[in-house]
Write a protein that binds this ligand. Structure first.
Ligand SMILES: Cc1cc2nc3c(=O)[nH]c(=O)nc-3n(C[C@H](O)[C@H](O)[C@H](O)COP(=O)(O)OP(=O)(O)OC[C@H]3O[C@@H](n4cnc5c(N)ncnc54)[C@H](O)[C@@H]3O)c2cc1C
Length: 355
């Protein structure tokens, strides 16, 4: 059997594997990506929403300015390379769900570092749209979404054109070490980077890392004049996408973990649609998808090498905000692989003890 020798074998062509492959390739690395295109990969289900002030408390994570800057540069660069729009700016309305939540908003409004992300608040009925907003809300800017399908399809074509993509599964049980290199089938690599999303749970080299995957379901709806032309987030979210349709999401479920859409989740989402837009008529549903987010216990990504086998590397744990966080972390992992930088301590798997 003839052997293909490369620098880096990347397992998984979701957002993590695709963006890391592009980043490494740009730095002169010989990469090969392998993916088995399983149904319901998180990156293919995700709405790709980018929201720097996520969560019930609208917290601004420490690295968010750098994440957003790196993501914007990379996605604009990819738009050029792939000749397709990818990053869409969409302003966002956040609906407050209680009087207490207004205090969390106020904390951000009082912090000058959050000013670039905020565009004023409003009381009930004051958003300029017909929303279910009994506690009022606020406007956000520097929000939008990444067209994940266009990015994955475009990068699949780009990788194929560079002879750097193969379809098919990689069985991590079947790898073996040849000197300080790794061999899987006919591929021999200086290192293997596993970007398997939630399926890392079945990888014997990294199954000890604390992944807490969460299934999510999402609907694609027909356009309706009652829907705002911006994103609305209030528990659930409604996002206008480029073809005029709306994405409505997303549920969170830890058991069972599968990629099968359920009637219960669909009904839950539609009930919340009525709460978000009380005067809108029942929407037409075009699509219903389910996927599994690679969440982690401490909500931080997982980057680094296996403790005994430095040739085996993990790049995972991007939870529900991969569109915003993956580009910056891909650049840091690439720096570390090049020997030109350290892993960021919040994401370095050395923070975790092997069970
Ligand atoms: C319902 C839902 C909504 C979401 N909404 C958003 C959002 O609005 N904004 C946002 O930023 N994020 C969102 N996310 C999260 C986002 O999808 C993830 O952060 C991101 O997609 C994770 O990418 P990944 O590449 O790590 O994993 P994945 O997308 O799961 O990719 C892993 C890939 O590896 C392949 N693979 C795995 N094991 C193997 C193997 N052994 N051999 C070969 N191939 C393999 C899989 O087939 C898959 O293609 C959402 C997720 C879900 C489920």
């Amino acid at each position: 059997m003839s052997v293909t020798s490369i620098d880096t074998l990347i397992v998984g062509q979701g957002l993590a594997g695709s963006l890391l492959a592009f980043t490494l390739h740009q730095r002169g690395n010989q990469v090969l990506v392998m993916d088995d295109h399983q149904q319901g990969s998180a990156s293919r289900v995700a709405a790709g929403m980018i929201n720097p002030l996520a969560g019930m408390r609208f917290t601004r994570p420490a690295g968010v300015d750098a994440w957003l800057a790196e993501a914007t540069v990379l996605y604009r660069h990819l738009e050029h390379a792939l000749a397709h729009p990818l990053l869409h700016d969409v302003p966002m309305i956040r609906l407050l769900r209680s009087a207490e939540q207004r205090r969390f908003y106020q904390r951000q409004a009082d912090d000058p570092a959050s000013a670039p992300y905020l565009a004023g608040d409003f009381d009930a009925g004051g958003s300029g749209y017909d929303l279910g907003d009994p506690h009022g809300g606020f406007h956000q800017r520097r929000t939008g979404y990444l067209d994940t399908h266009a990015l994955l399809d475009g990068l699949a074509r780009w990788l194929s054109a560079h002879g750097a993509l193969r379809q098919g599964p990689v069985d991590p049980h079947q790898l073996h070490f040849v000197g300080d290199q790794v061999r899987i089938g006919d591929v021999q690599a200086r290192r293997v980077v596993f970007c398997e999303g939630w399926r890392m749970r079945d990888n014997p080299w990294f199954d000890w890392l604390p992944l807490t995957p969460a299934k999510g379901e999402i609907l694609t709806l027909a356009e309706d004049p009652a829907q705002p032309d911006r994103a609305v987030v209030g528990g659930r979210w409604l996002l206008p996408v480029a073809d005029g349709r709306r994405k409505l999401g997303a549920t969170v479920c830890h058991d069972p973990l599968d990629t099968t859409p359920t009637a219960a989740a669909r009904n839950e989402l539609l009930a919340d649609y009525r709460r978000l837009l009380p005067t809108a008529s029942a929407p037409t549903v075009f699509n219903h998808q389910a996927g599994v987010r690679p969440n982690t216990r401490d909500r931080q990504p997982l980057l680094g090498a296996h403790p005994q086998h430095p040739q085996l590397v993990v790049f995972n744990g991007f939870g529900g905000r991969g569109s915003l966080t993956i580009p910056w972390h891909a650049a840091r992992l690439a720096d570390w692989l090049d020997g030109t930088g350290e892993l960021p301590s919040h994401a370095d798997i050395r923070r975790l003890n092997r069970q």
